[in-house]
Design a protein around this ligand. Structure first.
Ligand SMILES: *Cc1c(COP(=O)(O)O)cnc(C)c1O
Length: 224
């Protein structure tokens, strides 16, 4: 690992992001020592995609790291990360909300989560549709997930060179976020996070209203 090159890339990214946008350094496949090097620059928010990998790294690193789970999470893997995970970005089903609720409760934690919205053209990306998101908050009964705080929305744009399309997808997600923010409901007081933007499209995401970007390659270099 070239520490000074890593520090240079990190500082450049950090400097290019406005203060109101949170930077999550995506450290999937990166070694504990690479993560520690970025930690030593003062960074605390790291993002991981695989429950087992995160479960193994977490005890080897400082306890004040805020771990973001950004990958596709299967219900049967929630238990590995539920004791410590700071924010779960990719919640894409009721079943997963129910499991997160169960695990948060048994760990005596209030768990912050984001709902993933399908905005890309690709079929492979996960997430709720706009209509499903609206329907989730329609009930007037009691809160089905009292141990969860739905902090906002997350989305991934299409993997394309067509930046007009990417901007359009981010704008549509930002529009839904603004609508949901104004809706009454148990989630409302803490509905403040819009996670969108990666190494290749962070500028477009921030222009469209992102409050949280997830950046791996531009900090750590190409993944092996
Ligand atoms: C890997 C990943 C990222 C980071 O991607 P880079 O292109 O390396 O910045 C962001 N978000 C999600 C959901 C990812 O899986």
């Amino acid at each position: 690992m070239d520490r000074s090159a890593l520090a240079e890339r990190y500082e450049a990214i950090k400097g290019s992001i406005p203060d109101h946008v949170t930077l999550v350094a995506v450290s999937k496949t990166r070694s504990v020592s690479e993560i520690k090097a970025v930690y030593d620059l003062g960074h605390r928010a790291f993002g991981e995609n695989y429950p087992q990998e995160l479960k193994e790294k977490q005890p080897q690193l400082p306890s004040d790291i805020e771990w973001h789970f950004i990958g596709h999470l299967q219900s049967n893997k929630v238990k590995y990360i539920a004791p410590f995970v700071h924010l779960v970005h990719g919640v894409d089903s009721i079943k997963l909300l129910d499991e997160l609720e169960k695990r948060a409760k048994s760990n005596h934690r209030i768990q912050d989560v984001l709902l993933q919205v399908h905005i890309a053209q690709e079929e492979t990306k996960h997430g709720f549709s706009h209509e499903e998101i609206m329907a989730l908050f329609e009930g007037t009964g009691s809160d089905p997930w009292p141990s969860l705080r739905i902090r906002g929305l997350m989305g991934m744009a299409s993997n394309t060179d067509n930046l007009e399309q990417v901007r359009g997808e981010f704008k549509s997600l930002a529009g839904l976020f603004e609508v949901m923010k104004k809706r009454p409901g148990p989630h409302r007081p803490s509905f403040d996070t819009l996670s969108m933007g990666m190494s290749g499209d962070a500028d477009e995401a921030i222009s469209a209203g992102s409050t949280m970007v997830r950046i791996g390659t531009a900090i750590f270099g190409n993944r092996p």
